[in-house]
Write a protein that binds this ligand. Structure first.
Ligand code: FA5
Length: 343
């Protein structure tokens, strides 16, 4: 019996060693240790043996069983590892390789620097409770001029000459037209900004384009003062330039604000010493603003005795020029990719 058992052990361990699949291993397990397996049969037959033989054979059988089970387990681990290794080797792909010529992807573009700064400003103001408004590029004369306290024949219309359509509308000269739309759809208190493209009929030079971008802001509430205006403008500039900036307010004339200001920032290119961007003055004119004129509130059906507000109109092209030290505004619309790839 002992010989039979040892032969069974030797043969089974050899079969386990040479198995190449998990299925083969399972077959061996069933053949030897299964319900009707060879070793199981021997263990079952122990009852028929003499007591001394039963004890000896039982001991050896159990040792062999444990041996075979260990070998099966170890071989299973080996085979599983090898299967994963084979799968990794077979299904491996080099994700850095270019695809076949026919599937080569087109080059990816990126946002224009003006859009980038516009989205940044939108984030800054929405985080302070402002809503973003939109308006059409072709506007009515009423929204662009009249409701902003610039009646027909007012000299301020000459400062913003524009392109007219045959049906009497115009290409908006400033995003202030969005203020008018905001007042028509909102009741105070409200805070809105309105980014957009604007147009002027004027000759171009290094700092003037006929097509450029602005972002309008308007806040209407009770007791709004110049202090509120300065607070929001300082936050805007600090966030955009990511540092504290020095500003100054000068009187500025716009028929739709009273008082009106030009907000200048201490030139960030030269630190105030004087350079071509600030025209040697140390200050850069960036942000016209003021307290909303009572007439404008009245046009918007808002009672100026109860409500007051501030408004500003930021030129986005010049802001980007300040940030990156760009010396000519005409680069923006030139379509020159060498310029655009820098941002
Ligand atoms: C206005 O357009 C007023 N609507 C701004 C305003 C809004 C004042 C609310 C008060 C309250 P202005 O014409 O100065 O103002 O233009 C505003 C900004 O647009 C300028 O500071 C400048 O950055 C930019 N800008 C004006 N004209 C041009 C131009 N031809 N090319 C490029 N940027 C320009």
């Amino acid at each position: 019996m002992k010989d039979t058992l040892e032969t069974l052990q030797t043969n089974t361990l050899a079969a386990i060693r040479s198995a190449t699949t998990a299925a083969e291993l399972e077959e061996i397990r069933i053949r030897v240790l299964g319900r009707k397996g060879e070793l199981t049969g021997i263990l079952r037959g122990l009852g028929g043996l003499a007591p001394e033989e039963r004890a000896a054979v039982g001991k050896i059988s159990n040792e062999i069983k444990a041996d075979i089970e260990t070998a099966l387990g170890a071989k299973k681990t080996d085979l599983d590892g090898a299967a994963i290794g084979a799968m990794l080797a077979e299904e491996w792909i080099d994700v850095s390789l270019a695809g076949p010529a026919s599937s080569k992807r087109p080059e990816r573009g990126h946002l224009h620097p003006i859009s980038q700064i516009q989205y940044e400003i939108e984030d800054i103001f929405t985080s302070m409770g402002f809503e973003i408004l939109d308006g059409p590029e072709v506007e009515t004369e009423y929204n662009n001029f009249e409701a902003l306290n610039i009646p027909d024949h007012h000299p301020a219309r000459d400062m913003q000459d524009t392109f007219w359509t045959e049906d009497g509308n115009l290409l908006r000269t400033h995003t202030s037209a969005i203020q008018v739309r905001g007042m028509a759809t909102h009741r105070p208190p409200f805070r809105v900004i309105g980014p957009g493209r604007v147009f002027r009929y004027e000759s171009t030079d290094a700092s003037h384009e006929n097509t450029f971008y602005q972002i309008e802001g308007m806040m209407v509430d009770r007791n709004i003062s110049v202090a509120n205006l300065i607070y929001f403008m300082k936050i805007l500039l600090k966030e955009i330039f990511r540092r504290e900036v020095t500003i100054r307010l000068r009187p500025g004339y716009f028929p739709f604000v009273e008082p009106g200001f030009e907000l200048d920032i201490h030139c960030l290119i030269c630190g105030g010493d004087g350079c071509s961007v600030c025209k040697q003055s140390g200050w850069v004119e960036l942000l016209p603003c003021g307290l909303v004129h009572p007439n404008v509130l009245r046009y918007g059906n808002i009672d100026p005795a109860e409500w007051s507000g501030f408004a500003f109109g930021l030129g986005l092209n010049r802001l980007v020029m300040m940030r990156y030290g760009i010396n000519d505004i005409r680069h923006f619309l030139s379509g020159d990719l060498r310029f655009l790839y820098q941002f």
